[in-house]
Design a protein around this ligand. Structure first.
Ligand code: 6AU
Length: 375
């Protein structure tokens, strides 16, 4: 760990002013406002449990971390699905969404995994992360995808509908992909009927008109994640504006697991890549602060965090999980190792009362931060 890098003694409010990434600036201000440097790792089984946890723990946290691929019943609908619902809760309680996707592949593949496919991570996750074993071009590829997406999101799809009488050449049997690339059931394009006018049961239907949908892009100002969701969508966490539409990346620089194969050279390469992509890379998932150059102001988020059971004192020993995970207390990680945000999963999710436990972690982690900056 760097010895007393200036960021270790600098309050988050000041680091916000120095931040080059708009989302890092926002996150530091949110942390001061909520007096929280806690990220909840919501590794639960179902989408219902996930949303319930976000609703309950939302007030205590600043980042909500997901692994969308371990959630059963994840609804991929971009407007009303799980990501969009999470975005509504993020607006209401004031937290950022971090999809812990750990991208690692060639540039083109990670671009597609990030922006397209089933989950369309970029649509609902403010932050994601990457393992840079595949090389630094992958980070550039993700940065370019995020920049392109941001450019596009500032234009809202305007839909206009016209109705007319069908002509025979409209009824060709080839399936066409929808706007989002999905193969459409021919009935989806034809009001519930197959193209020869039969419905699914083989009955003839009579077609009196055909609807044409035209889409164009118009500029919009709002950076909100999900533009089409209305129910409860207007509730905005007080005291701060909506987060910017910029996306952020954390580099997986060190891991909490026993026997981790990431070398010092790998970690150093992460730091160098981060410095090259300051407008996209916010910082690191790491076990210690990696800020060493005077102008470094990266944010550090750290998993492998647990408090000893109540009554054992904040520095008591915490056992690993028997599957390689190792734990440290918030006090050690924040004060000694110099990290900014602790990532807590099972310490909260398996508690009898996850809401109260999240509040206890929030208090402990914030107290450790205040001690570190001498407040
Ligand atoms: O608190 P836990 O042990 O229940 O959960 C820790 C969470 C899990 C891991 O996938 C993740 O943190 N994690 C990561 C991340 C965030 O990338 C890196 C790491 O080194 N260790 C780790 O546990 O969702």
């Amino acid at each position: 760990m760097s010895t007393r890098h200036p960021t270790l003694a600098t309050p988050f409010a000041e680091r916000a002013n120095q931040a080059t990434h708009p989302l890092t600036n926002y996150l530091f201000r949110l942390m001061e406002l909520k007096r929280s440097n806690l990220c909840l790792s919501a590794d639960v089984q179902s989408a219902r449990q996930l949303l319930d946890l976000a609703e309950k723990a939302g007030p205590a946290i600043v980042v909500f971390k997901t692994h969308y691929d371990l959630i059963s019943g994840w609804d991929y609908n971009p407007q009303i699905g799980t990501g969009a619902k999470l975005a509504v809760l993020a607006r209401k309680h004031g937290f950022l969404i971090f999809e812990d996707r750990k991208f690692v592949d060639i540039g083109k593949t990670v671009q597609m995994q990030y922006t397209a496919g089933t989950a369309r991570i970029i649509e609902w996750a403010h932050i994601t992360n990457a393992n840079i074993d595949a090389g630094k071009d992958m980070v550039r590829a993700l940065a370019e995808a995020a920049a392109k997406w941001k450019e596009r999101i500032n234009y809202e799809v305007k839909t206009s509908v016209t109705v007319g009488t069908p002509v025979s050449e409209h009824f060709d049997d080839a399936e066409e992909p929808s706007e989002d690339g999905r193969r459409l059931d021919p009935r989806e394009q034809n009001g519930g009927f197959y193209r020869d006018g039969r419905d699914a049961d083989g009955r003839k239907g009579s077609i009196v008109s055909i609807t044409t949908v035209t889409q164009s892009f118009e500029p919009v100002d709002s950076p909100r994640l999900s533009k089409n969701m209305t129910e409860g969508d207007e509730v905005l966490f007080p005291g701060i504006e909506e987060p910017p539409s910029d996306r952020g990346l954390l580099l997986l620089a060190q891991m909490s697991s026993r026997g981790c194969l990431m070398t010092k050279e790998y970690t150093q390469a992460c730091v160098e890549v981060a410095r090259e992509h300051k407008s996209f890379v916010m910082g690191f998932v790491s076990q210690e602060s990696l800020n060493t150059e005077p102008e470094d102001n990266f944010i550090h988020m750290t998993p492998g965090c647990k408090l000893p059971p109540q009554g054992e004192g904040e520095n008591g020993h915490v056992e690993g999980d028997g599957l390689g995970q190792q734990y440290n207390t918030p006090s050690k990680l924040i004060n000694v190792c110099g990290v900014d945000i602790v990532i807590v999963g099972r310490g909260i999710t398996t508690a009898m009362d996850p809401q109260k436990e999240a509040e206890r972690y929030q208090r402990e982690a914030w107290r450790a931060y205040l001690r570190r900056v001498g407040q």
